[in-house]
Write a protein that binds this ligand. Structure first.
Ligand SMILES: [Zn+2]
Length: 81
């Protein structure tokens, strides 16, 4: 679908301006593509949430946020199963 990504280059200045101001924006050219683009973004967000699900450390049973790759409590790596 015809679309363009705006602000991608602004990642280089992230940290100097509010991060919400430099997130990439996807601009759909054809309004007819809007619903499809929205569904696609929602799908990507759901996949991100899935990969970032909390996990329980198999060593100490502590709950870790999905963005952690090692246990915050005992430093055991996330078990790859
Ligand atoms: Zn642990």
């Amino acid at each position: 679908m015809p679309a363009m990504v705006k602000n991608e280059q602004l990642y280089s200045v992230a940290g100097e301006i509010p991060v919400t101001e430099c997130m990439p924006e996807v601009w759909v050219v054809d309004p007819a593509d809007f619903a499809g683009a929205e569904a696609l973004i929602r799908k990507i967000q759901q996949e991100n949430e899935t990969t970032q699900a909390d996990w329980i450390c198999s060593t100490c049973q502590e709950s870790n946020g999905g963005n952690f790759e090692i246990c915050w409590s005992c430093q055991s790596p996330l078990a790859a199963d």
